[in-house]
Design a protein. Structure first.
Length: 122
């Protein structure tokens, strides 16, 4: 049985820390300041900010929010993300998944506003 793609993305973004993927990829990151965006080529100016509270990365250049799901799809193309999501559900149980995802607001239009203000201040 396959997990719906939208639910798959939410599960992976919630339960797989981006920081562990950054470390596996050798990507320098900061939980307190801007970093180079791993989703496009940029060498001069750090253009992204990782948000520890939501486990999401805001790219100022692209005006887009990325999660662990996006990192897996871009850098770990051989990985079956649906299988990972099913494994997380099996390990934690559907009740815990529903409990965790029920408390998470996955609205990528809100988080960037704070980041954009921080970026403008600097």
């Amino acid at each position: 049985m396959e997990i719906d793609k939208n639910l798959e993305r939410k599960i992976i973004n919630k339960f797989i820390p981006m920081t562990s993927l950054f470390e596996k990829l050798g990507i320098d990151y900061s939980t307190h300041s801007n970093m180079f965006c791993p989703f496009h080529h940029n060498e001069n100016t750090p253009s992204a900010h990782y948000h520890t509270d939501s486990n999401l990365l805001w790219c100022y250049s692209e005006q887009r929010m990325y999660g662990s799901y996006n990192l897996l799809k871009l850098y770990f193309t051989e990985v079956d993300t649906n299988k990972i999501a099913k494994g997380i559900v099996e390990k934690l149980g559907i009740d815990e998944i529903e409990n965790q995802l029920g408390t998470v607001e996955y609205d990528d239009t809100i988080q960037f506003e704070k980041s954009l203000e921080k970026f403008r201040e600097r």
